[in-house]
Design a binder for this molecule. Structure first.
Ligand SMILES: [Zn+2]
Length: 293
């Protein structure tokens, strides 16, 4: 798949039958459409597998357990889970959401995380196509999904996710910059990370209850990935995060689901706002600048 975008443009001009009657961009579209479909499908399947791993991360990281060993086991009876019972989505459905040995319920969160990761990976593949940046954004979306579920349940954004994410993001975007020959995007990403980190740290110093240190540590990666795409995406990501946070908090307060003294985690809103800006930011900016003219 490597190098496909460059190669994909050539056949229209050079191949026999491609030049006379059919426009090169149409040929490019016809060639790239099935390829994108395969990439989306393959990414979604990868998302199912990664989602299954995220379920382990989501369970073990807040409990300060090692992530990689031992292998998956039932939290109810400690029985190891056999590989055939560890197939994403299918095993949960086949076992009726219960452990094979002790019949302890397996939360519906497990298939939801697997399906959610598959959808995120699929839409990321559709958004970026076969590009150098795609692997970096898949890692990013997986980390954001884990952060969302952990923050919703435990009210923490763990260092064990934000630190490896940052350590992976810088080289992944560096490789993407080298592959695409766009070092300005990489510099903008680093600047975006620093700007967001400094802004969030200032907010934490002023209002630590609303902006926890976990959010601050996550903000560097958010700025990196949003900044890589553009300043508009960076602004939109922050805007959507705070807008979603404000609207949902207001609804929770008015409906009485949460009281004024209850804590509402901000991590899920940061993740959601950022994902929206990554996927649709460019279209929103185009639409907005078009509607102004
Ligand atoms: Zn069990």
């Amino acid at each position: 798949m490597t190098g496909a975008p460059e190669d994909g443009r050539l056949p229209g001009r050079d191949q026999p039958g491609g030049g006379q009657n059919v426009r090169p961009d149409v040929v490019h579209c016809l060639v790239s459409l099935p390829m994108t479909g395969v990439l989306v499908a393959a990414s979604a399947v990868l998302g199912l597998v990664v989602g299954s791993f995220l379920n382990v991360v989501i369970w073990r990281v807040p409990r300060k357990e090692p992530v990689l060993r031992p292998g998956s086991h039932c939290p109810g009876c400690d029985e190891p889970i056999r590989p055939s019972d560890n197939v994403p989505l299918l095993s949960w459905a086949r076992l009726g959401g219960k452990c094979r040995h002790c019949q302890a319920p397996i939360p519906v969160r497990y298939p939801i995380v697997e399906a959610g990761c598959a959808v995120l990976f699929g839409v990321a593949a559709a958004r970026f196509g076969p590009s150098w940046a795609l692997p970096g954004y898949l890692v990013f979306f997986a980390a954001l999904l884990a952060v969302t579920v952990i923050d919703l349940k435990h009210f923490i954004v763990p260092d064990r996710i934000t630190a490896p994410l940052t350590l992976a993001a810088v080289p992944l975007l560096g490789i993407a910059a080298a592959g695409e020959g766009d070092w300005w995007a990489f510099i903008r990403a680093l600047l975006g990370g620093l700007i967001l980190f400094a802004s969030f740290l200032s907010l934490n110093l002023v209002y630590s209850r609303g902006m926890g240190m976990g959010d601050v540590k996550l903000s560097f990666s958010l700025g990196l990935y949003l900044g890589w795409l553009g300043w508009g995406e960076l602004l939109l990501g922050v805007f959507f995060s705070f807008l979603l946070g404000a609207v949902v908090s207001l609804v929770l307060l008015i409906s009485g689901v949460r009281g004024t003294k209850d804590f509402i985690p901000f991590g899920p809103f940061l993740a959601a706002g950022t994902v929206i800006a990554v996927l649709w930011g460019a279209s929103i900016i185009r639409w907005y600048s078009g509607s102004l003219l």
